[in-house]
Ligand binder design. Structure first.
Ligand code: ANZ
Ligand code: ZN
Length: 810
């Protein structure tokens, strides 16, 4: 019999589907595992990155099924989004048609990989039923004040003609198309993720050890908590008049440096800067400089040299009452703190650079050798009430001083900003809002959900097709019943991916009636193991954590965290570079499956590297994986058919037989650690290969049969088709079972003994346990004969299982 992957794989894929093997069971008394791979965007075809992701997820799912767990491993499609619209523009095909055709094709591809996904819970986020529930969430969030509308300066991608969230701007470029992002003011809807900043940060502690450190650190930095002092700088009388303002607020994390302040700096967008800009008395050079900075994107300002201009006004130092010049500077962020800072050039890098450039005074107030000195350690000098104090004491004293005089207070600031979710594009979930002349901004009523996209649109790439549609906008106000105008913005697609995991956890028979049915969602959530790319470290993984907490607070869900454990898989490379269409270095999964079969593809991918690491494509290693499966298949003749693992008397076996058994059981022992914590499938596969070689070096059929049985069950999660084929052929099993370890297999016939001469360690030998004491001593003496030489032996001491000490004269 020859190994024909195609036949075997088709046979078992059909069998799994017909028997409902991959479906979760409704028995909520069973122990459960919810294994989830990040769902794909339906771009048209699977790529190797997907295959890697799903091979890992499927291996874990199958392992836990074999261990008797009730397993949920769902799959779906993140199916709203720009590429569908871009395809529509390019190929004149409707985004919906393009999307659903792609989904159909990709489902077939997933099937040919033998992935045990639940078909019953398959979903696409562009389905009307999905839209219905997320519009309800939007409304409930709006009612709770977690959604608000505001006009603000936003990130705008000229290429994609849409707004981007801060998380979607990477180095000043659009995360999707790489085009430069510009700043533009427009109205939009925002989710109050900042309300959850502290909880999002605190809960990261619970994920310690279960999420990659790197992801935790990235989220911590993104949330960016810092505590410090905020207080108001008052303007002097002359400046008050010029600016028609009394003062401005600043935030500092270094209250202890207050005596080192030599100027203040405002962001170009600061209201006080704007006052100066708009004043008739301001000289043109100053106005031009401010305008120049205003026109730069935050990114441009960040990479530019320090720049700024004196605004011609001064503040009064809150303690010393000295005059402090007020500048506008390009390094002050409008969006952070109060958009203004007290500058301490002696002890802050940016303030220092700016002071040097514009020749501003630099006041050293901490003992140090070289400026700028930015460390916190050191004694304060030239600081009046805090002289000689260290950082902690000085900070506390200054903060207390401000709090006592009610002129400032200790505050916590976060870098995290609210999440803008308005997109001016067609292929997304409509924001369920209505604009009424009488009532203003009104939520659509729940009975009218879902608000669906019109299908008769022309997609040209210019402007929002919903805005141009003849009657999409026409609607009735849910409040007063009058004529009103429907909102044409659609939601950021990250809205959809922020709750799909909880939807899957809900029994699909209830999907029409409720967003989540409590019983099943409480049983399945949280996700026990989430698997996906590191590129979502902030974006999706932060939004999903936020949604989980919001949906908990709205009464939909119970848990605070969605993903108990996270595995971020490494990239798939070829010739040292990430596989990508643009680089032309992709390998098509379909081709590999057609040529070698899905089992080979899966085996190669899990054998080539640990999942967390990058994986370099290697054609000959694919070939090697294929050969191993062939060998495994061919060797099945060495085992015999049986319904039961043969019972073996270990003590009676010869050395080769014992060794073969040891190798088999070593692989078995390894498996739980590999599947449950380290995920180093490569080491398990290597152990199975070794075991197969060891089996091959002996002739005992019982041992072959037992070993074969065990190896097949260990490899089943990795190469399921051939494993099911062989085990059903030989062992008549419909499924693979948990196997107990046998301790006698690990007991060795030999022991290692240390040999010492006059107490000094000289050698170590391996001896047969069955030897007599005298025989052991004789072997020991031979091993250390060169140290004994011609010396007289006074004593020979054997400490059983430990050592032999030989006492010599001299
Ligand atoms: C005086 C000072 C002295 C500061 C010193 C630092 C060192 P983090 O830690 O990231 O929260 N800052 C305040 N608002 C700012 C804004 N809108 N744009 C740019 N920088 C701003 O940063 C807080 C520090 O950043 C604050 O503490 C302030 O400078 C500056 F030796 O105040 B510091
Ligand atoms: Zn109205």
């Amino acid at each position: 019999m020859q190994y024909v992957a195609k036949d075997i794989e088709y046979k078992w894929q059909t069998a799994w589907r017909d028997s409902g093997y991959s479906e979760p069971k409704d028995d909520y008394n069973l122990p459960k595992k919810y294994i989830l791979s990040m769902f794909p965007y339906p771009s048209g075809r699977l790529h190797m990155g997907h295959v890697r992701n799903y091979a890992i997820g499927d291996a874990l799912s199958r392992y836990y099924r074999n261990m008797g767990f009730n397993v949920l491993q769902p799959m779906g499609f993140d199916s709203f989004g720009m590429p569908a619209e871009n395809a529509a523009i390019k190929h004149k095909i409707h985004p919906k048609k393009w999307t659903y055709e792609n989904i159909e094709y990709m489902i077939k591809e997933l099937d040919t990989l033998g992935l045990s996904f639940s078909k019953n819970r398959l979903l696409a986020t562009s389905d009307p039923l999905y839209t219905r529930w997320e519009q309800e969430f939007f409304i409930k969030m709006y009612e709770k004040g977690l959604v608000y509308r505001k006009s603000a300066v936003v990130n705008w991608c000229e290429n994609d003609q849409t707004v981007l969230a801060n998380e979607q701007v990477e180095d000043g470029k659009c995360w999707r198309c790489g085009h430069d992002v510009i700043q533009k003011e427009m109205p939009g809807y925002y989710l109050k993720i900042t309300d959850y900043a502290n909880e999002l940060l605190e809960c990261l502690k619970d994920l310690d050890g279960k999420w990659p450190n790197q992801v935790i650190t990235m989220q911590e930095n993104w949330i960016g908590k810092s505590s410090g002092l905020e207080f108001e700088f008052k303007l002097d009388d002359r400046s008050k008049e010029i600016a028609s303002e009394n003062g401005f607020m600043v935030f500092t994390t270094r209250a202890d440096t207050i005596y080192g302040v030599s100027y203040c700096a405002l962001a170009p967008e600061h209201s006080l800067t704007k006052k100066i800009l708009n004043s008739d008395n301001t000289p043109k050079e100053i106005k031009d400089k401010i305008k120049f900075m205003l026109n730069q994107s935050p990114k441009e300002r960040q990479i530019a040299d320090k720049d700024g201009v004196y605004l011609g006004i001064n503040a009064i130092h809150p303690i010393t009452k000295e005059l402090v010049p007020i500048w506008c500077a390009n390094f002050v962020l409008a969006e952070y703190g109060h958009g203004a800072l007290m500058a301490v050039p002696a002890h802050d890098e940016r303030d220092y650079e700016f002071a040097i450039k514009f020749n501003l005074p630099i006041k050293k107030i901490i003992e140090c050798d070289e400026l700028p000195y930015t460390q916190k350690s050191g004694k304060h000098i030239n600081s009046d009430m805090i002289n000689n104090m260290d950082y902690d004491e000085a900070s506390k004293t200054i903060i207390k001083y401000f709090e006592n005089s009610s002129s400032g207070k200790e505050v916590t600031n976060y870098k995290l900003r609210d999440w803008g979710i308005s997109r001016q594009r067609y292929w997304g979930a409509p924001i369920p809002i209505v604009h009424c002349d009488k009532c203003g901004v009104v939520c659509e009523s729940i009975e009218n959900l879902p608000v669906l996209l019109p299908e008769d649109v022309s997609i040209t790439g210019e402007g929002n097709p919903l805005d141009k549609h003849p009657n999409f906008k026409k609607c009735k106000c849910p409040k007063c019943g009058g004529e009103a105008k429907r909102e044409t913005d659609t939601m950021d697609t990250f809205f959809e991916s922020s709750w799909y995991f909880a939807r899957y956890a809900s029994d699909e028979k209830t999907w029409e009636k409720v967003a989540f049915d409590k019983k099943s969602v409480d049983y399945w959530m949280s996700v026990d193991q989430y698997i996906g790319g590191i590129e979502h470290a902030i974006l999706h993984l932060l939004y999903a954590r936020f949604f989980q907490k919001v949906l908990r607070d709205l009464g939909y869900l119970r848990d605070s965290e969605p993903f108990a454990s996270l595995l971020t898989q490494g990239m798939v490379l070829k010739d040292g570079a990430k596989m990508s269409k643009s680089k032309g270095n992709t390998v098509d999964p379909d081709e590999i499956i057609n040529r070698y079969g899905a089992d080979t593809a899966r085996l190669f991918i899990l054998f080539a590297a640990p999942p967390q690491k990058e994986l370099e494509w290697n054609d000959s290693a694919v070939e090697g994986a294929f050969k191993f499966i062939n060998r495994l298949y061919d060797r099945s003749v060495n085992a015999y058919k049986t319904e039961q693992i043969p019972s073996i008397n270990h003590a009676n076996l010869n050395k080769d037989e014992k060794y073969a058994r040891l190798k088999v059981y070593e692989a078995l022992k390894k498996s739980s650690e590999v599947f449950e914590s380290s995920f180093t499938f490569n080491t398990l596969i290597a152990a199975c290969m070794e075991a197969l070689n060891a089996l091959n070096a002996q002739q005992n059929k019982d041992i072959w049969t037992e070993g074969y049985y065990i190896i097949l069950s260990l490899l089943e999660p990795i190469i399921p088709h051939v494993s099911w084929e062989l085990s059903s052929e030989l062992f008549g099993l419909k499924n693979l079972r948990k196997i107990e370890l046998k301790s006698e297999v690990f007991e060795s016939d030999t022991i290692n003994l240390a040999i010492t001469i006059n107490g000094k360690r000289r050698a170590e030998i391996e001896i047969d346990k069955s030897l007599s004491d005298q025989e052991i001593i004789n072997q020991a003496k031979i091993a250390v004969s060169k140290w004994i030489g011609s010396s007289e032996i006074i004593k020979e001491i054997y400490v059983p299982n430990k050592l032999v000490n030989i006492v010599i004269k001299g």
